[in-house]
Design a binder for this molecule. Structure first.
Ligand SMILES: Cc1ncc(COP(=O)(O)O)c(C=O)c1O
Length: 423
């Protein structure tokens, strides 16, 4: 059974001020984890994590990671760029890893001095056109340009991200050589190289292999084009153990494995030092966010249903991917009497279920349930289908205090975009 950083009393007190459902993030857990990540890669001079904003786009969390640990922001949209700017992550503290990118987002990223990570060979000319159209100077010498590599078929691919050759992202190998040559000829002097071939991956060797692939490719690009790489970015995708039988990623093993690869493929080949970057989201905040909800109804038909006051607009991973999230019932952790439930939300969608046929302590109306590992790609994926509103986000500080870092939506928010009087 998962150990929570709060208990039923805390929920009862907190819910008086912020009614359920709400998301709560554990600041202590996030900080300890960030420290561990940095330590595992401390051997690499200039190692940097660019927190994937899409995982938890809340400026309070982004600031916690920036101020405490120097984490940059990996952005993929205008809103994420503006969030990064607002928390003080500008210049090379932003990695702009986008795809199907509109001109105004390239322009914003350029104006912020972000590291622009191109997703396609045609985007280099598109960027040049965009800058010319906006009358922006083309000082490429000081800019770091990066390209996203799609290696095509890889030993079976990764469960969530699928097979790279079926993914819409990135350049082929041949395109990569052509684009770096074009950028070099246009006056770019600073380069990075990116790929992301994993999602929710728990095998350390997969991440080490990603780094090996990039170190090798950086060497080949150097030999062919005479350019040096300041960094390689291994993307996000480090997994977390959603299921009780899964083991957390061994970050120290990943760090050591990549260090060995670095010694062999970078230092051993006489290449200039390369900084290691990553843009993880899930493994940074995922295990430290909880969706707290209340049992609204118990229904006994062909199955036993526990209907919550939360629904898939608060956490859609189970409905979207059939993802498993552990559920804890505070105050009933050790209960001997258990039953099997489908734990549902109130959307008119039969897949609005947080758990299917899950054995839990016997539930009653008014019980609180805590859905674990909701701290990344959780609140962020929320939507308003069926007129459901998104919940508040709270931050549990190390001293036990709690503060709201995003209020719950109201009906006025729902009506805000309608050209019609609000109620
Ligand atoms: C380009 C890119 N970078 C980073 C991430 C973060 O992935 P994760 O949260 O699994 O680490 C994603 C996730 O979708 C992504 O698309």
């Amino acid at each position: 059974m998962r150990k929570l950083p709060f208990d039923r009393n805390w929920i009862e007190e907190t819910a008086k001020k912020w009614p359920t459902p709400f998301h709560v993030y554990d600041a202590k857990g996030i900080r300890e984890n960030a420290k561990r990540l940095k330590k595992a890669f401390a051997w690499n001079d200039g190692f940097r994590e660019y927190f994937a904003v899409k995982a938890a786009p809340n400026p309070h969390l982004m600031k916690l990671l920036r101020d405490g640990f120097g984490f940059g922001s990996d952005c993929s949209s205008m809103a994420e760029l503006v969030l990064a700017e607002k928390v003080g992550n500008v210049g090379e503290s932003i990695m702009f890893t986008s795809n199907d990118t509109p001109a105004e987002e390239f322009l914003k990223a350029w104006e912020l001095g972000a590291i622009v990570n191109l997703d396609d060979i045609t985007h280099w000319d598109f960027l040049l056109e965009t800058l010319a159209g906006a009358g922006v100077g083309r000082d490429f010498a000081g800019r770091v340009m990066c390209c996203r590599y799609n290696p095509g078929p890889l030993k079976g691919g990764n469960a969530i991200i699928g097979k790279p050759e079926e993914a819409k992202y990135g350049f082929t190998r041949d395109q990569l050589f052509k684009c770096y040559a074009k950028m070099r000829d246009a006056g770019v002097k600073r380069f990075g190289l990116h790929t992301m071939v994993a999602s929710n991956e728990l095998d350390p060797e997969y991440i080490v292999d990603t780094a090996k692939l990039l170190f090798t490719l950086a060497g080949e690009l150097h030999d062919a084009l005479g350019i040096d790489f300041e960094f390689v970015n291994i993307g996000g995708g480090i997994g977390i153990p959603y299921r009780p039988d899964q083991k957390a990623m061994d970050l120290e093993r990943v760090g050591e494995g990549i260090r060995d690869a670095y010694c062999e493929l970078v230092e051993g080949k006489g290449m200039k030092p390369i900084r290691l970057y990553m843009e993880c989201g899930r493994c940074i905040t995922g295990p430290y966010g909880y969706l707290v909800a209340k049992v609204r109804h118990i229904k006994d038909t062909y199955r036993l249903y526990a209907g919550l006051d939360a629904c898939m607009s608060n956490l859609m991973r189970p409905a979207l991917y059939g993802a498993y999230h552990e559920i804890v019932v505070p105050g009933k952790e050790g209960a001997a009497e258990r039953k099997v439930y489908d734990v549902t939300g109130s959307l008119c969608e039969n897949n609005d279920k947080f758990a299917i046929q899950r054995e839990l302590p016997v539930l009653e109306r008014g019980d609180y349930v805590v859905i674990c590992d909701a701290g990344a790609h959780g609140h962020a994926m929320g939507f308003q289908y069926n007129g459901k509103l998104r919940s508040a986000e709270l931050l549990l500080e190390e001293d036990g205090s709690v503060r709201q870092i995003r209020r719950a939506e109201t009906l006025d928010d729902y009506f805000a975009t309608l050209d019609f009087p609000s109620p």
